[in-house]
Design a protein around this ligand. Structure first.
Ligand SMILES: Nc1ncnc2c1ncn2[C@@H]1O[C@H](COP(=O)(O)OP(=O)(O)OP(=O)(O)O)[C@@H](O)[C@H]1O
Ligand SMILES: [Mg+2]
Length: 593
């Protein structure tokens, strides 16, 4: 089978170490008290549980030979009470541990989400979003079982193991020793499969991640898939990824379940030995009651060992995922507030770039020595060929990426020394593809200013000429839209985002215009809306529409990461340079001369 190009495994940067395990314990620590209480309950439960065989021994060896009916009834009563205590303790345990497990999972997940929100654009540029999703959802889920049952089981199983051994020793020392003879063999088996199991788990989680990334990408790109009728090819790729995942899973299961038969076999062998030896010793210090009680214990003896083996499986699986979770949490948000960053005061809107150079990736220079000055209230149109660096310039102004050389100032203040919050709160950014969130139109406009009243929302929609359009929708401002605004047209989405930006009332407005053509009625509305939006603020518009470009107070023509021409529409036309060429090639036919 040819290698599937979507089967790309992520490199694991940080291998698991005990420091990471300690971090997990850090999440559990706040619940220490409840865990302690639960352990006490579990110890009580296991004593209650262990009483059974001992009571049986007394019944067989003493009460039945003596025909002591009252004694037998008393023993039965004690046994029943023990069973009841056991049941009550187990119930408490299930409730409290599930609660703790889910709380810890929720905390880890919130920490991840909080951190993801801080990570810079470059983090999201460099990996499939499906792989990020799988970390927040599936990997964290995989911890839930470990946390809700695993850890408490481990503690209680260890406790009950000790107690069973104590009970067994009370009943008969020699038989206990025979029973424990299997333990060294078990230890060897565990050590033998450990590494193979760890590798298998890591492979499994990578394959799951690849599968997830492909599903996510396919759903996002479904319209393109359908319009190119690529369904069959995609299904093939998907099935292929499923096969790879299935194989990884089968391999994982084979290794994980290697341990069970081993434990099973060792336990059966030791139990048989106890039977054989025990029966031959009857009469020589071993009574029938002792043997019956012992057999009762020996099964209970292997139970916690099996559980511990199971926990060990779980922890190895969880660790492979925990590595990914902590790796994400440790990802440095490289665009952060510098030490001693200042809060940017309310700005006027003078912008200056001096000698700004930038590259997204080493060795691939995107901007070269860009310098310009824009005064408060100016409207600057950025034009130029695709890939010239227009979007890059405006992304730097909001500090979505760090620059290596040069400075960017707003009102004479270096933006790299300001806090991100105080900088970005004062900017209105509308990206090339306007994002609409799921919710009502009202919510979407209010996104720019959460405390705005309905009236304020409607006022800003009216100002950008979006009101009429919104009222034309089924439920007006309360029309539900889906994520990405899939029910709205591109022009409608833009008008809504204009209203969103106006409501936020930024001093600097950044607008990456969509290239799509818009019907003339919407176009007119957009123009008016935009005009209203630009009033009284500094704006950078990456413009594709002639009307916007012509009305700008200045045009900057960008090519290959440099500003090669600057001036007003008329000035640049007279110059007969790059802008003039663009204009004659693209726009002149639009003008009625
Ligand atoms: N996130 C990124 N990672 C790496 N390279 C990028 C990234 N974004 C853009 N580039 C590269 O930087 C260059 C400038 O891109 P930019 O998006 O600024 O162009 P643009 O002028 O906005 O083009 P368009 O008009 O098509 O939107 C391009 O060569 C592009 O390949
Ligand atoms: Mg662009």
């Amino acid at each position: 089978m040819a290698r599937n190009k979507y089967d790309i495994d992520e490199e694991l940067e940080a291998q698991f170490n005990w420091a990471q395990f300690k971090r997990l314990i850090g999440y559990i620590k706040p619940y220490g008290k409840t865990i302690g209480i639960t352990v006490v309950f579990m110890i009580v439960a296991s004593i209650a549980n262990l009483l059974g065989p001992y009571l049986t021994k007394i019944a067989i060896d003493d009460k039945i030979p003596q025909k002591d009916i009252n004694g037998l009834v008393l023993l039965a009563g004690i046994y029943l009470a023990a069973l009841f205590v056991n049941a009550v303790c187990l119930k408490y345990r299930i409730r409290s541990m599930t609660d703790i497990g889910q709380s810890v999972v929720a905390n880890i997940r919130s920490d991840l989400f909080e951190h993801l929100q801080k990570l810079p654009f470059s983090y999201y540029d460099s990996r499939p979003h499906g792989k990020i999703l799988v970390r927040v959802i599936n990997y964290v889920n995989s911890l839930s079982d470990l946390l809700s049952n695993g850890i408490i089981n481990l503690i209680t199983d260890l406790c009950s193991l000790v107690m069973i051994i104590v009970f067994m020793l009370i009943v008969d020392v020699k038989l206990t020793l025979i029973c424990m003879a299997g333990l060294p063999a078990l230890l060897l088996a565990v050590l033998a499969v450990k590494n193979a199991q760890r590798r298998a788990t890591q492979v499994l989680s990578r394959k799951q991640s690849n599968l997830n990334a492909y599903i996510h990408e396919s759903i996002c790109g479904i319209k393109v898939t359908q319009s190119f009728a690529r369904e069959a090819e995609n299904l093939k790729i998907f099935k292929d990824l499923c096969q790879i995942y299935r194989k990884a899973w089968m391999h994982f299961v084979r290794i994980v379940f290697l341990l069970w038969p081993i434990i099973d076999n060792i336990s059966v062998v030791t139990v048989s030995m106890v039977y054989v030896v025990g029966i031959s010793w009857i009469g020589q210090g071993v009574t029938v009651g002792v043997l019956v009680a012992f057999v009762g214990y020996i099964w209970r003896f292997w139970m916690p060992i099996m559980n511990i083996g199971n926990f060990y499986n779980n922890i190895i699986t969880a660790m492979a995922n925990l590595e990914r979770i902590f790796e994400t949490l440790d990802e440095k948000p490289n665009v952060t507030n510098l030490p001693g960053a200042y809060v940017m005061p309310e700005i006027k809107g003078d912008v200056a770039f001096s000698n700004v150079s930038f590259q997204y990736e080493e060795g691939d220079q995107v901007l070269n020595n860009v310098s310009f000055r824009v005064n408060q209230g100016e409207t600057v149109a950025l034009v130029g060929p695709t890939g010239a660096g227009k979007t890059t310039i405006i992304s730097l102004l909001s500090r979505f990426y760090n620059i290596e050389t040069g400075t960017i100032m707003i009102d004479g203040m270096d933006i790299s020394k300001a806090t991100l919050e105080s900088l970005r709160r004062q900017m209105g950014v509308m990206l090339q593809d306007t994002f609409i969130f799921s919710g009502t139109i009202m919510d979407n406009i209010r996104y720019g200013k959460l405390d705005a009243t309905d009236d304020q929302v409607i006022k800003s929609a009216k100002a950008v000429k979006a009101h009429e359009l919104i009222m034309g929708l089924k439920d007006g401002y309360y029309t539900q839209v889906n994520e990405r605004g899939s029910r709205l047209s591109v022009g409608q989405r833009q008008l809504i985002s204009f209203a969103r930006a106006l409501l936020a009332d930024p001093k600097i407005l950044i607008l990456d215009e969509a290239t799509s053509s818009i019907d003339s009625k919407t176009e007119l509305a957009l123009q008016e809306g935009l005009g209203r939006l630009l009033e009284g603020r500094t704006s950078f518009i990456i413009a594709h529409r002639l009307s916007t470009i012509k009305n700008a107070s200045r045009i900057m023509y960008i090519d290959s990461g440099r500003i090669i021409e600057e001036g007003t529409h008329t000035e640049l036309l007279l110059k007969k340079g790059a802008y003039w060429k663009l204009y004659t090639a693209q726009f002149s036919f639009l003008e009625v001369v």
